[in-house]
Design a protein around this ligand. Structure first.
Ligand code: UTP
Ligand code: MN
Length: 507
């Protein structure tokens, strides 16, 4: 007899507050009335799944009545479930679909009631009257789950993330490990987040992660908490930790990395005013600009702003070098609507003129009064020093890190700024890189990102192909030669990988 609600399997903790708030979601599927069996599922998970289904237009009944068409259970013991069902005995029991959770997860994935297939059914094994229910829809063979690669460069990852509740938790953990200089754990959580981002479906149970790569015990524990309680307690603890909050605040300043942030924290500094009041602290030029323009450059840059900046840089380039080309790269090339900066790659067909090209652009921007900050780094690129056996975060191409002044009048639809800001302009972070033309494809690939996608491309090249890839070149260690590429497609082809579009590289 399972009349009393069963307590969730794990620790009994507070449920997420929103579970008890009634929701008025639009009903899309009148004919399907779902009942979730609390036994084995637990109350908080049942409540979470109910909310999820209702938000997708499903009717989920709280009580098992004659109205119910689909009973969903996580009880793997068919006999005990059927015994209970018969005791509750709605009159129409023979017509009800008694299903395991896979039908529910399929339905959530498809955004509509999935066709009932044999694999979804929990068969009545009790020797009693009444035949087992027949499927309402045609039975088709179960679809095998395609295997998910451990390499991001073999997955297609769009911006549509169905597993945000997990990936956001993982990103907090990764950042916390980064602050603690634990590279291994940091990377493990970044990889796990990346795998979940690539899934075209939401993970609704730990069972669904069984065949996924890069998910270790720790990640699964976090997922379990999120599934059961809607939050991870470990993540909550990190978010409320003073050190984490302070390091996060300090590293949000342009020019301040984890090491500087840690140094300031150890000195007892906790706020920007603490730093600015401490006369023993010397801020370099980058950090000074970072504080000066903090409000502007800590606010996201919109796509409209990025496009307007492209026009401005285009203008500055073509005034002097008509044959040069400017292309948007970074997150905006991957289809993002907002970014923390804008990345451009500029090229000239004349080999060796790359440094001059950037200096000309910088001159042009300065003359127009748009240059608020400029850190120019001349090229140190030397083909004779390749291949690099160890990857360095920075490539050797001519580049500059800028803060530009962007006028509202230049942006279609106006600036992405805070309400009440009447200045009519904002500061924006812009990066320019200028590789020699024969290195263009490699640089474009590297600067398009995402960071995780590029990391896995390099890891794949090394581990699976005995090749070395970076922003400059692709080197084949078997043949002991460099492989030429004039497009990104050439690079994928050399690596024996299917081509992945930029908007599918949001790993
Ligand atoms: P970003 O840090 O700008 O990231 O670097 P993003 O993907 O555009 O994200 P948002 O929208 O700005 O927040 C873009 C790519 O350029 C590479 C990075 O590794 C990343 O993949 N990059 C950056 C380099 O290859 N070399 C550099 O010197 C700097
Ligand atoms: Mn960027």
């Amino acid at each position: 007899m399972f009349h009393a609600p069963i307590v969730p399997r794990a620790r009994k903790r507070l449920r997420p507050a929103e579970c008890s708030v009634p929701r008025h979601d639009e009903v899309k599927f009148e004919d399907v009335r779902v009942y979730l069996v609390e036994r084995k599922m637990g109350r908080s998970r049942r409540s979470f799944l109910t909310q999820l289904a209702r938000s997708k237009g499903f009717v989920v009944e709280d009580i098992l009545s004659d109205e119910v068409t689909h009973v969903v259970s996580e009880d793997s013991h068919a006999s005990s479930l059927w015994k209970w069902l018969k005791e509750c005995a709605p009159k129409n029991l023979p017509d009800v679909n008694v299903l395991d959770i896979s039908w529910f997860t399929d339905s959530m994935r498809e955004g509509r009631p999935a066709a009932v297939e044999t694999r979804h059914l929990i068969q009545d094994t009790l020797p009693t009257e009444g035949s087992p229910p027949t499927p309402v829809a045609t039975v088709s063979p179960p679809t095998p789950v395609a295997t998910v690669s451990q390499y991001a460069c073999q997955r297609r990852t769009t911006l549509e993330n169905h597993n945000k509740i997990f990936t956001e938790a993982f990103e907090v953990l990764a950042e916390s490990y980064e602050f603690n200089m634990n590279e291994g754990q940091c990377l493990a959580f970044r990889r796990a987040a990346s795998v979940l981002k690539s899934l075209p479906w939401a993970v609704l149970s730990l069972g669904a992660t069984q065949d996924l790569p890069c998910l270790g015990q720790h990640t699964k524990k976090v997922m379990e908490e999120v599934l059961y309680y809607g939050r991870s307690f470990e993540v909550d603890n990190i978010l409320s930790d003073e050190r984490f909050q302070t390091l996060k605040l300090f590293t949000s300043v342009f020019g301040v990395g984890p090491k500087t942030a840690e140094k300031w924290y150890c000195r007892g500094l906790r706020s920007f005013s603490d730093i600015l009041a401490d006369r023993s602290i010397h801020l370099n030029r980058m950090q000074q600009s970072g504080f000066l323009h903090y409000g502007d450059i800590s606010r996201a840059v919109s796509k409209a702003e990025a496009l307007s900046l492209r026009n401005i840089i285009d203008g500055a380039v073509h005034a002097i070098t008509p044959a040069a080309a400017v292309a948007l790269t970074g997150g905006f090339r991957r289809g993002k609507e907002f970014g923390h900066d804008v990345d451009f790659i500029v090229t000239t067909p004349e080999l060796g003129k790359e440094d001059r090209l950037l200096l000309n652009i910088i001159d042009g921007l300065k003359r127009q009064g748009l240059l608020l900050y400029c850190d120019y780094q001349a090229s140190t690129f030397d083909m004779a020093k390749l291949p690099n056996h160890r990857f360095k975060a920075m490539d050797n191409f001519s580049k500059c890190f800028l803060i530009l002044r962007l006028e509202s009048s230049q942006v279609e639809g106006g600036l992405h700024s805070v309400e009440g800001d009447s200045r009519g302009w904002r500061a924006v972070r812009v990066d320019l890189v200028s590789p020699p033309l024969d290195r263009y494809a490699f640089a474009l690939m590297g600067w398009t990102g995402s960071r995780q996608f590029q990391r896995d491309l390099r890891r794949f090249a090394r581990a699976e192909r005995r090749m070395l890839l970076d922003n400059h070149a692709l080197y084949d260690k078997n043949k002991k030669e460099f492989l030429a590429a004039s497009t990104e497609k050439d690079i994928f082809a050399h690596l024996g990988l299917e081509y992945i579009e930029p908007w599918q590289r949001n790993a």
